[in-house]
Design a protein around this ligand. Sequence first.
Ligand SMILES: Cc1ncc(COP(=O)(O)O)c(C=O)c1O
Length: 402
Amino acid sequence: MGLHHRFNLIPRNNWDYGLGALFVALAGVRNDAAHAPNVENVFQQKPLWTSSGRTSLYAILKSLELPARSKIGVPLYCCSVVFNAIRQAGLSPRFIDSNTNDGNISIEDLRKKRPELAAVIAVHMFGNPCDMDAVNTVAGAIPVIEDCAQSIFSAYKGKQTGCLSTASFFSFRCGKYISAGEGSAIFCTEPELQKRIERLVNTFENWSTLKMSIHSLLTFVKAALYNRPWYGLIGYPIGRRLDKKLNLTAKEGFEVKKIAPVHLALIDARIGQFQKKISLQREHAQVLLNALAPGSFNLPSESDRCSSNWYQFALRFQNTSQRDAMASFLFAHGIDTAKYLDDIANEARIDYGYNGDCPNAERLAKTVLLVPIHYTLSTRDIDHIVRSINEGSQIIRNAAGH
Ligand SMILES: Cc1ncc(COP(=O)(O)O)c(C=O)c1O
């Protein structure tokens, strides 16, 4: 790749954490931020707070007080930190297949495995809401937990995700929509369960002033490396090397902590105006949907009953080699993409006892390519992405003899 493309490499993730964010966060230390009135306003209820999505899931699962090693239904096509949280709570993941069209939990497979389950996690993948009526109906008496790490402001039948199940959690880690460093909100519709979660979360460790200040400064530096011009020059090459190491640490346990005032202050400062940014990202998605010529890939879509926040734009290819060819082509044209969850079946087999019964999820892992459409990208960037995908697709189709 030439130096021009290195300087201008469009990152796959959106780490939106500049100087302004750092100031808001550090002001949170000074004010010892403990509440988030804007969040309460958006959700019309008061969340419980922890330091991360995985910690929130751990807290919810622990508070369900299920017998040890009970089986928790979870899509195989899901971030492995979720499997890790299930295990840290003393429970076992039971893997459920996904729909190939939207990447969400397969109702058919859930129905088949339902008798084995003590609870189920519905992940709103890429920001696209699951069919929650069907999930809740099939689940029946067992608790349903919504994983809203990717779905802030997405709605199902006019209701926000996070308000459609027994309990839910959001993630505000950098790279997620509201890049606040870390942080997670829990919502719960059952008062007794809510009290148990609250009691448990109150036992979690607090952040020291020094630790959270250093954390914020490091987040600021990391975010600079995740943005142009430093991403192509430094962030990307370092990221590649760290990927393997991070995968190893993800298997080990994680620290359970309360939310830090630095994170809470930034989440609250951002959430009130955030829908404007989501609208921008939705516009980017629409440009791609209108201008991309499917052929070697399928385009994502939004079902009539849902409104997606378009957190991710997932192209689904006919096979792995075409997906990989597109990733290489786009990279050579200064666009970084993600082969999201590419190794998940292997990881789940080795570390979490996956037995190979989720064929659609395995196929997604090997054929999905996430292309950047972040609200921070310019019209010129989006045009460049559209043109490059269409060019790459033509080359792939020619190579396949179409
Ligand atoms: C679907 C999903 N669930 C849960 C998590 C965990 O959130 P956190 O990184 O805040 O622990 C993530 C992100 O890593 C995710 O993408």
